[in-house]
Each structure stands twice: as structure tokens, then as C-alpha cells.
Design a protein around this ligand. Structure first.
Ligand code: ATP
Ligand code: MG
Length: 283
């Protein structure tokens, strides 16, 4: 399926010249502790991790706490370097901070001194999009997630769900080919989560970037993804890959009633339960 050509990675179909959105090839990551704790020795966070994200593919990464999920995203964003192996982004090696990727980190990372409108404009500003165009684009995205009327509010004046919405549209307005999302709905209540999942799928469908989505929630992973990759406890290695195989567009409110959903949920839970138990005894 995956061919390597002139140091670049390409996937097989439909166009064999289209580079993979992201590729990790035999990646290891060891973190060396600060000097005063050096006696503790390096922490091996990731071990021999290889996977590919195709353009437009929605992938969830699932695994116990500390298995290296955020580290995978940080490697793709170029914020950390692999200790061994290669990371490529749209066919080119990641060898510095990757400014092309959209990244929603584990915190909502809105700039507190900027209004909602100016937060959403931020990425477009960095890209040099002219003011009138970026303002119109930001307003369009703000409307799409029901934040119209809150353009001039500051992050501290918003609810948790509103902040998440603003963070998501800020990243999607940027229109990158790949979006990294690290537990973007983590602290939200169950109802708001489902509504945001629905909104996210609608937004994603407009531009279809590849998405690497980290979550601890198996229902969320199945609901959103084309493929789910499970990790072992630290050092994180890939345990299993699952093709979700549920049609799109998806009805996030009723998807759990489908037989395929239940089958996948049971398989994932069997897989992950062992790793969580193991991680609980070692971390
Ligand atoms: N910058 C760093 N310096 C030192 N160690 C780090 C650093 N980043 C991560 N680690 C270590 O690497 C391991 C993996 O961390 P990571 O944050 O990737 O896990 P995670 O799967 O995202 O966990 P969680 O589900 O709790 O967010 C952990 O043991 C962590 O302490
Ligand atoms: Mg994490």
C-alpha cells in the first residue's frame, strides 16, 4: 500500500503521486530527564511506531495515560524530535517546527487578551491573509458553530463549551491539510461533547483535512473516525488498527445503536482494558 520514493512517502490510491498526509516510520522517542534527575535514566515514551495517515482520513489514537499519544502529535508538529526513525508531513521530512499543521493542544490555547473574532483570525494573520478576507472568514466560521454575537467576547467570558468551539474553528479556519487534536473535548459534559462531535464532523466535511484525534473515549473514537489506532502502555507501541467502516455522514446521536458500533466497541474495550490495567500497575 505504502511506497517510498526519493525519500518521500506516497500512498497507493486513488492517485499514487499524492503524498501521505503524515507518516511515522519506526519512530522511537526517549526523553532524557533534567540534569538534577539524570540518575533516573531516560524515559522511553515511544517504541517502533509506524503508521500512515492518508489525506482526508480521520484517525483516532487511543491508549492508556502516558503511552505517548501527545508525543506523537508533538513529533508531527515538529515540537519534539524523534530519537530514532522518521516523521514525514505531506511527503517531506519534519525537521523543525511544522507551521503548516493545525494543532489543538490538550489546553484550549486561546489567547486571553484577544476577542473571539481576533482569536479565530489569528492563524490567518500568521499566514498573511489580508484583513478584510480574514475577518470575513473568521465571522463565517464563528457563525457555523453558533458563536455569532460573541465575536467581541474574551475567552474568560465564555463557557467551557464555547471556548472549545472557538479553539476548533480557529484551527479549522486556518485550512491546513492536517489537523492534530489532543483530547479537544476532554473536560466537557457528555451532552456538550456529543453536540460538539456533530459540529466537528460537519466542519471537517467542508474541507476534509486529515485528522489525528487523541481521545480516551471509545464511543467518541468510533463516532468520529475512519480508523482507530490503539497503543500499549509505556513505552507506547501500536497494538492494533481498526477500520471503523461506518457510512458518512454519521448521526452522532444514534450511531451507537448500529450493530457494527457495538462490535467495534467490544473489540476496542477488550484491547484497551488490558493495557490500562497494565499501565496502572507500572506507572
Ligand atoms: N517534554 C517531556 N520531557 C520529559 N518527559 C516527557 C515529555 N513529554 C512527555 N514525556 C513523558 O513521555 C511519556 C508519554 O507522555 P505523553 O504526554 O505523550 O502521554 P499521553 O499518552 O499523551 O498521556 P495522557 O493520556 O495522560 O495525556 C510520559 O511518561 C511523559 O512523562
Ligand atoms: Mg496527552
Amino acid at each position: 500500500m505504502v511506497g517510498v520514493h526519493s525519500g518521500q512517502s506516497f500512498h497507493g490510491s486513488p492517485d499514487s503521486r499524492t503524498p501521505d498526509a503524515v507518516r511515522l516510520d519506526a519512530v522511537y522517542k526517549a526523553f532524557v530527564p533534567a540534569r538534577r534527575r539524570r540518575s533516573a535514566g531516560p524515559v522511553l515514551a515511544l517504541e517502533d511506531v509506524t503508521f500512515t495517515a492518508r489525506p482526508g482520513e480521520f484517525i483516532s489514537l487511543v491508549g492508556p495515560s502516558g503511552c505517548g499519544k501527545s508525543t506523537v502529535l508533538n513529533l508531527i508538529a515538529g515540537l519534539v524530535r524523534p530519537s530514532d526513525g522518521n516523521v514525514t508531513y505531506q511527503g517531506a521530512a519534519v525537521d523543525g517546527v511544522n507551521t503548516k499543521v493545525g494543532y489543538i493542544t490538550q489546553d484550549d490555547n486561546l489567547l486571553p487578551w484577544r476577542s473571539v473574532l481576533r482569536n479565530v483570525e489569528f492563524g490567518l494573520e500568521l499566514r498573511g491573509v489580508p484583513k478584510a478576507e480574514r475577518r470575513a472568514r473568521a465571522r463565517e466560521f464563528i457563525e457555523l458553530v453558533g458563536l455569532g454575537g460573541f465575536e467581541d467576547h474574551y475567552p474568560h467570558e465564555l463557557s467551557g463549551g464555547m471556548r472549545k468551539r472557538a479553539g476548533i474553528v480557529r484551527t479549522l479556519a486556518y485550512d491546513s491539510g492536517v489537523v492534530l487534536m489532543d483530547e479537544p473535548f476532554g473536560p466537557l459534559d457528555a451532552q456538550t461533547r456529543v453536540i460538539l462531535q456533530d459540529e466537528l464532523l460537519r466542519l471537517w466535511d467542508r474541507q476534509r483535512p486529515a485528522v489525528l484525534f487523541v481521545t480516551h473515549d471509545l464511543v467518541e473514537a468510533i463516532t468520529l473516525s475512519d480508523r482507530i489506532i490503539t497503543f500499549t502502555g509505556r513505552p507506547g507501541t501500536i497494538k492494533q488498527e481498526y477500520e471503523v467502516g461506518l457510512a458518512r455522514p454519521r448521526d452522532v446521536f444514534h450511531i451507537h445503536e448500529l450493530p457494527r458500533f457495538k462490535e467495534l466497541y467490544d473489540a476496542l474495550w477488550d484491547d484497551i482494558r488490558v493495557e490500562i490495567a497494565r499501565a496502572g500497575t507500572t506507572s
